[in-house]
Design a protein around this ligand. Structure first.
Ligand code: GCW
Length: 708
């Protein structure tokens, strides 16, 4: 019993019931937690095995990157095992791993040597060693060789000049523009450490819906200050740019990519940037999409537009990442087809230092999309994969949705072009078409929230993107387990509770929001709840009714030859599988087919019953997690336990809103009874139709891009 006059925490401390760490942890350290390993024997073994650490670089010369590796190893070993390693630096002998980012770790007789193809590779090796210790893996007779499969591994931030984040759910922008360049928030370094720990080596700190101010001298100095902090961690800065900058900033009459004055303007701008940021990565451009200006404004192609900027940065070694996320107001037959239609004729017309960045699916980061048909369709052009870490369509930061399974689904998808086995992963790693410029990007979920990502489980997605960028062959299960152990410790009860939740979460979110291939049925603006009834937005393809096409006959978008024939954009092997109802997987059914409500599913149930049961199954999953999470009380710190408990209860509530709104809306067409397993909705349909999301910055796209 504690004395009534003592604060509870003091009493508990006195009784040794818990350490301070067990009570409170705000999640700031992400997966880089170096708390003492509990097992004394393991500590002793690690201590003996790492008594001497040797860092071997090609030059053997100390640098800020070598210093970062030194600091990280010192902090990790001090924290995890309580030892002070002796770290020496040497020039590597002949056995330098091939590739500047490749490293080798060799451990024997109390000495661990980390050899890198560059200083940054040694830092990657240091983080790899630390991860092994955090995971309590054996390190005796250690021989590790590793190298990234993709050369540019990037975070794309959608951070605005005013500090808001488009589709950001974790507070405000990390970049304190008012304070930069004079005042450096220590958090910038922690950000760079987190990136380097995963091998992420590029960042675009600002929104693709760009602002011309970012290209002004004042802002370039601020960005240069960020680049200085990131550089030791191997993180290069890229910028977005408004295509019309030569007009808006440079006061030129137009921004036509073939106009000599425009060409000169961008060359000069590139020189100015490189003078401040010598290792500037290049530009990421959103053009002629959602109201953004672009080359088409001047009757030029995306290739003309990209090449203009590519030529400007080429003398400095820069690249241009040109986004293929385009669709215009004049929806022809199917928005899903537009990027392919616009970009495939341009294959072979881009400069060597251009990569076309393609979203995972042809619409827009929906919870499930078939892979984008552009993958495999532009062999002469390096293609990058863009995925969304921030959960725009998967519950913001209030819902658990571990996205590795979604990204794996795309990476592992076989494009069959030019032959079977040509997976998206092999297209983007350059393996299929022999490209050396290879890129993968995730739209960041970071912000100023103390835990970085808005909830304690969301950093798992940042982690997953980094790990898959390094090696797309890793499995979701491996990533989930690594992250859980590093973030919540190695207690098997904890690991066995959290990992299954993570792995099941994406399918559960799909079930209660957009099952069986339904897509884009979310509410206007905020995208976090249901809005299948929305049919009055100015553009046809902004309306959910455009996508689900529910009517008295049935539901779904016919994308077969009898419909929009979007399937015709895929290789015949893929198209025929999805076109044939006998082979089309249930998860893509309503993406590709319009089917009657009483269509008989593989399960023997009607389509209508399956839809309703999927919604119900999603909620049941969340309820299951609430139960299993409750068993972790005391096994993890109270702060993260309670925060996540609240999150799950909110998720259950939000899931019910999805279910009750969508099923009651679709019922007005289906006119069939709901299955008996299905719970009675809490409110009538009208209640949900009137729900309005609160105004938040994340829910509101930037002014330059009016959007649903
Ligand atoms: O998913 C949509 C978002 C927009 C975003 C756009 C894009 C940055 O709703 O907010 O704009 O994608 O990827 O450009």
């Amino acid at each position: 019993m504690t004395s009534p006059r003592l604060p509870v925490w003091l009493g508990a401390l006195a009784l040794g019931l818990f350490s301070f760490n067990a009570r409170a942890d705000d999640g700031y350290r992400l997966w880089l937690r170096y708390d003492r390993i509990a097992d004394e024997k393991l500590r002793a073994a690690y201590s003996a095995a790492t008594a001497k650490l040797v860092l071997a670089t090609p030059t053997g010369v100390d640098s800020s990157t070598v210093a970062a590796a030194h600091d990280e190893l010192t902090a990790a070993l001090r924290g995890l095992i309580g030892s002070e390693p002796t770290i020496t630096l040497t020039k590597s002998a002949t056995d330098v791993p091939p590739g500047a980012e490749a490293f080798a770790i060799q451990g024997r007789n109390g000495t661990v040597t980390i050899t890198g193809g560059s200083d940054i590779a040694v830092l990657y090796g240091a983080f790899a060693l630390v991860r092994r210790l955090q995971l309590n893996q054996p390190i005796d007779d250690l021989v590790v060789h590793d190298a990234p499969k993709i050369s540019r591994r990037m975070l794309n931030h959608w951070d605005n000049l005013n500090g808001t984040i488009e589709r950001g759910y974790a507070g405000r922008s990390l970049w304190q523009w008012d304070d930069l360049p004079g005042k450096i928030d220590p958090r910038y370094r922690d950000y760079a450490r987190a990136l380097a720990s995963l091998g992420l080596n590029g960042t675009v700190p600002i929104n693709v819906n760009s602002n011309i101010q970012f290209l002004t001298p004042g802002y370039l100095k601020k960005i240069a200050a960020l680049a200085d902090v990131f550089r030791p961690y191997g993180v290069r800065v890229f910028l977005t740019a408004r295509y019309s900058s030569p007009v808006e900033l440079g006061k030129l009459p137009n921004a036509d990519p073939l106009d000599p004055a425009v060409i000169k303007w961008w060359h000069d701008k590139a020189e100015e940037i490189y003078a401040l940021i010598p290792d500037f990565g290049g530009f990421l451009i959103k053009a002629n999409s959602e109201g953004q200006p672009g080359p088409q404004t001047y009757h030029r192609t995306h290739a003309d537009g990209a090449n203009l900027l590519a030529d400007a940065v080429a003398p400095h070694g820069g690249i241009v990442i040109w986004r293929a996320f385009v669709y215009d107001a004049d929806v022809k037959d199917d928005r899903a087809k537009q990027a392919y239609t616009e970009f495939t004729p341009l294959d072979g017309k881009f400069r060597d230092n251009v990569v076309v960045q393609v979203k995972n699916g042809p619409i827009d980061f929906m919870p499930r999309e078939p892979f984008h048909p552009l993958f495999g369709a532009m062999p002469k052009t390096p293609l990058a994969l863009e995925v969304q870490i921030t959960q725009e369509y998967n519950g913001g930061s209030s819902e658990l949705c571990f996205l590795a399974p979604m990204w794996k689904e795309v990476l592992d998808a076989d494009t069959f072009r030019p032959q079977p086995g040509s997976t998206v992963a092999r297209v983007i790693d350059g393996g299929i078409d022999h490209h050396t410029l290879t890129v993968i990007a995730g739209v960041a979920n970071t912000g100023t929230d103390r835990n970085w990502c808005g909830n304690q489980l969301a950093p798992a997605n940042w982690y997953a993107l980094g790990r898959l960028a390094w090696n797309p062959a890793l499995t979701s299960a491996q990533i989930a387990e690594e992250w859980t152990r590093q973030t919540f410790g190695n207690d098997s009860r904890v690991v066995q509770t959290i990992v299954p939740m993570l792995l099941a979460s994406r399918e559960a979110v799909l079930n209660y929001s957009m099952p069986l291939g339904l897509h884009h049925i979310m509410a206007t603006n905020h995208h976090q709840g249901p809005g299948p009834w929305v049919d009055s937005l100015s553009r046809a393809d902004w309306n959910p009714t455009y996508y689900h096409r529910a009517d008295a006959q049935g539901v779904g978008f016919d994308r077969t030859a009898t419909g929009s024939n979007a399937l015709g954009q895929y290789a015949p092997e893929v198209a025929s599988r999805w076109a044939d109802l006998a082979t089309c997987p249930d998860e893509f059914l309503l993406w590709f087919h319009h089917l009657p409500w009483d269509y008989k599913m593989r399960s023997g149930k009607t389509l209508w019953a399956e839809i309703a049961l999927h919604y119900q199954a999603g909620i049941d999953s969340v309820r299951g997690w609430e139960k299993s999470w409750s068993t972790l009380r005391g096994a993890i710190d109270d702060e993260r336990f309670i925060a996540t408990q609240k999150l799950l209860s909110r998720q259950e509530h939000e899931a019910r809103i999805w279910r009750d709104a969508c099923t009651q809306y679709f019922a007005t067409f289906a006119k069939l009874p709901l299955p008996s397993e299905y719970e009675k909705p809490e409110h009538p349909l009208d209640f949900y139709r009137k729900l309005r999301a609160p105004f938040t910055a994340a829910n509101t796209p930037s002014v330059s891009a009016p959007k649903p």
